[in-house]
Design a protein around this ligand. Structure first.
Ligand SMILES: Cc1cc2nc3c(=O)[nH]c(=O)nc-3n(C[C@H](O)[C@H](O)[C@H](O)COP(=O)(O)OP(=O)(O)OC[C@H]3O[C@@H](n4cnc5c(N)ncnc54)[C@H](O)[C@@H]3O)c2cc1C
Length: 382
């Protein structure tokens, strides 16, 4: 399997491998030593999540901005304006945000001495705006919606850039940009770890498979970004045949984006509500230097037909303090399933529907996820 396969396959939240590593098998025995523990060893016992309809607190839907050739990071001239495009980050926009933001700032004309407009106020726009401020610019964010009403607020969000492009349409240049952006981003995110103000926490993460996992190529950005990584272990949790495991960061986007908005405003940033219909609307802005971070919305405004929605639906269960792990895997009966442990609730996910614009929650999807995750939890009890 090529790295691109790993990046774009839902169940491939972990692949590649280092043969020969053996760690103790997770099993359900006693609970972790304390629910307040920051993170347990990869091989420590796992408590089952309690997945049932009466524990569902809410269901939300978001449209990942999936661009077939991969995220667009490019400086262009649009009318009289200097525009840097920074959009189309698929299922990995929160993860990549600080990295692509830093690269976008480097492309921005007069970033340190002038007024700069940032279009969009999701994870990409906010991180870009904050880094422009740090470079010395006076920044105004223009957007149709602000947190908590952005797609970024719907993100999982586990730190691991996935679902980023179609394998046959991505260039080597974009792959290399994504590797660099991943390294920059992870090294910035790690500074937020376990700070309640930002809602970023360490978790242990399991990628599950019925088939052996690829052992050849590194994870995106390099294996060093996945501490504790073990690959292609046999006899995985939840009765899966194979698994990869590592530590990563869990980002609670409602907390995190609120903190970024506050940081941006505290540094003198301004926010203005504005909807752009076409690229001609950019001429209405007083700034001559613009960074476009409008995610899926950039498609219509700039006539980019390579971007499409990849719909995702998430349900949340009541929180459990004894769950410190996430997982992703596919089963024959329930399809793709993933779960992340937030402090505010247990997230249930498992849908990536390309081309589907429907923002209404689907009852059959809620049932599939609740039943599917309950099934997996029951396997821990065995
Ligand atoms: C279910 C689900 C799970 C996900 N899980 C993860 C995960 O675990 N990890 C991860 O890294 N990522 C995850 N993602 C992906 C992540 O959410 C996106 O990649 C990311 O939010 C993109 O950020 P953005 O700032 O580009 O877009 P957005 O958050 O959509 O922000 C776009 C901004 O542009 C504005 N805008 C758009 N159009 C216009 C217009 N015409 N005029 C004016 N303003 C406009 C919007 O109002 C908004 O302010 C997930 C997404 C979903 C839906």
């Amino acid at each position: 399997m090529k790295r691109r396969d790993f990046l774009t396959s839902g169940a491939g939240l972990g692949v590649a491998a280092m043969a020969g590593c053996t760690i103790p098998l997770p099993s359900v025995v006693p609970p972790p030593t304390t629910g307040e523990a920051l993170v347990q060893p990869i091989g420590a016992p796992m408590r089952p999540i309690k997945s049932s309809m009466d524990r569902v607190t809410r269901t939300i839907v978001g449209l990942r901005p999936f661009r077939k050739p991969g995220p667009r990071l490019e400086a262009v001239k649009v009318g009289s304006k200097d525009v840097v495009h920074n959009y189309g980050h698929g299922g990995g926009g929160v993860s990549l945000s600080w990295g692509v933001a830093e690269l976008a700032v480097a492309l921005t004309k007069d970033s340190s001495s002038d007024r700069v407009a940032v279009l969009g106020s999701g994870a990409i726009g906010l991180s870009t705006a904050i880094l422009l401020q740090r470079a010395g610019a006076q920044v105004t964010i223009y957007a149709k919606d602000f947190p908590p009403y952005t797609t970024s607020n719907v993100a999982g969000a586990m730190w691991h850039p996935v679902t980023l492009y179609e394998n046959d349409q991505v260039s080597a240049e974009t792959l290399s940009m994504l590797d660099l952006a991943s390294r920059i981003a992870f090294n910035r995110f790690i500074r937020f770890a376990n700070d309640p103000k930002y809602g970023v926490y360490w978790i242990r993460q399991y990628s599950l498979s019925a088939m052996p996992m690829s052992t050849i190529l590194p994870y995106v950005g390099g294996d060093a970004l996945y501490p504790g990584l073990v690959r292609n272990q046999s006899g995985g949790p939840f009765a899966f045949q194979y698994y990869d495991a590592y530590y990563t960061l869990m980002i609670d986007p409602d907390i995190y984006l609120r903190a970024l908005v506050n940081d941006f405003l505290a540094a003198g940033g301004r926010m203005k509500e504005m909807t752009f219909e076409s690229e001609g609307d950019l001429e209405k802005l007083p700034e001559s230097s613009i960074v476009n971070c409008m995610g899926l919305g950039a498609g219509k405004v700039f006539g980019d037909e390579t971007i499409l929605p990849a719909r995702g639906q998430l349900s949340f269960l009541l929180p459990q303090s004894d769950i410190d792990y996430g997982y992703a895997g596919s089963t024959d009966d329930y399809g793709l399933l993933y779960s992340f442990p937030r402090k505010t609730g247990i997230l249930l996910g498992g849908s990536v529907d390309k081309g589907d614009w429907n923002l209404e929650p689907r009852a059959d999807e809620i049932r599939r996820m609740v039943d599917g995750h309950a099934y997996l939890a029951s396997k821990l009890k065995a």
